[in-house]
Design a protein around this ligand. Structure first.
Ligand code: SF4
Length: 316
């Protein structure tokens, strides 16, 4: 059955609940340092992978650091691709770490273990950088069918290295949070239940500790959308997302308080709008062109992929 997109458009759904999705004060700076990755996960909304050569260059890195110094965000969230593969990543981490109380590095736990990158583990622990790591499954086959052969053991080895440096250990002040996403065209199960299960299994089988676990639904964009189309799952998946719309989840959406910079310096409300090509304020603006952050009350750009963030308990 075809989804009636007009009837179900996210914008109309918001209107029917009397909700205006507008910005508050921007407290998080998200920096996507490139689409280059050592993995080609089938759920990636950005089509990141080894064949991509889009990476943030030195000039844009300098502009990001200048912006972070000028506006003092509460959180700086560095993502990719595999951010560790950006040739300027050490410089960026060193310069951003003193500029916000929380600096996050998103890691797939394998790029960092490749030759020439292990120093990044020391750099992150030394500068109290929070790690948010994708670790999709406790099952080796399931994890490797989503992310590629060898990924499971490499991820465990990196988690152990992080634990050795204090990550996930009480009193260390070093946080590592895991991200789990479904292996197919369905929504994630209970976050609290999975967190308990992961804590128990990782500790018991491998002696690994972590802080929190987040379950995220896959975005129907990029490679995941292509997979949904190819397997005939697109309409069914969009219907599941639409049916799961939870108006209460719109209050805490990350786009209300985030400004997101793409690898080339273009500004967006979030990383997903980057993938969808929806510019901040609907105008292509470069980081070098802004002299103030978007004002509270500014409209957020939305499209039907936003149902992913508002299905069930929400995305953030
Ligand atoms: S995709 Fe999610 S975070 Fe981005 S604008 Fe839509 S609701 Fe907000």
């Amino acid at each position: 059955m075809m989804l009636n997109r007009e009837k179900n458009s996210f914008r109309q759904t918001l209107a029917s609940h009397g909700i205006r999705l507008t910005r508050g004060r921007a407290t998080t700076l998200q920096v996507n340092v490139g689409l280059l990755c050592n993995q080609s996960c089938h759920h990636c909304h950005l089509n990141a992978g080894p064949g991509r050569d889009e990476v943030m260059g030195q000039e844009t890195i300098d502009q990001v650091v200048a912006l972070a110094g000028r506006f003092r965000f509460e959180t700086i969230d560095i993502t990719g691709g595999a951010p560790e593969m950006n040739p300027h990543i050490s410089d960026l981490l060193r310069r951003l770490a003193p500029l916000a109380p929380t600096v996050i590095l998103r890691s797939n736990l394998t790029a960092v273990s490749e030759p020439g990158r292990r120093h990044l583990l020391d750099l992150c622990s030394g500068r109290r950088i929070t790690i948010v790591a994708s670790f999709p499954s406790l099952n080796r086959n399931q994890a490797e069918s989503q992310r590629g052969p060898g990924v499971f053991d490499q991820s465990l080895a990196t988690l152990k290295e992080l634990n050795k440096r204090g990550y996930g250990r009480p009193g260390s002040g070093l946080s590592i949070n895991l991200v789990v996403n479904p292996a197919g065209a369905f929504l994630p199960g209970s976050q609290a239940r999975q967190e308990k299960q992961f804590h128990r299994a990782l500790e018991k089988k491998w002696g690994i500790a972590f802080n929190n676990l987040y379950t995220f639904a896959n975005m129907p964009l990029g490679r995941f959308r292509a997979w949904l189309e190819k397997t005939g799952n697109l309409e069914g998946y969009l219907q599941k997302l639409t049916a799961g719309f939870n108006p209460c989840a719109t209050d805490g959406l990350m786009c209300r308080t985030m400004i997101s910079v793409a690898w080339d310096g273009t500004l967006f409300d979030c990383d997903f709008n980057q993938a969808a090509g929806l510019f901040l304020n609907n105008v292509r603006t470069h980081i070098s062109e802004i002299d103030e952050l978007p004002r509270p009350g500014t409209e957020i750009m939305v499209a039907d992929h936003c149902y992913t963030c508002t299905a069930g308990a929400g995305f953030t």
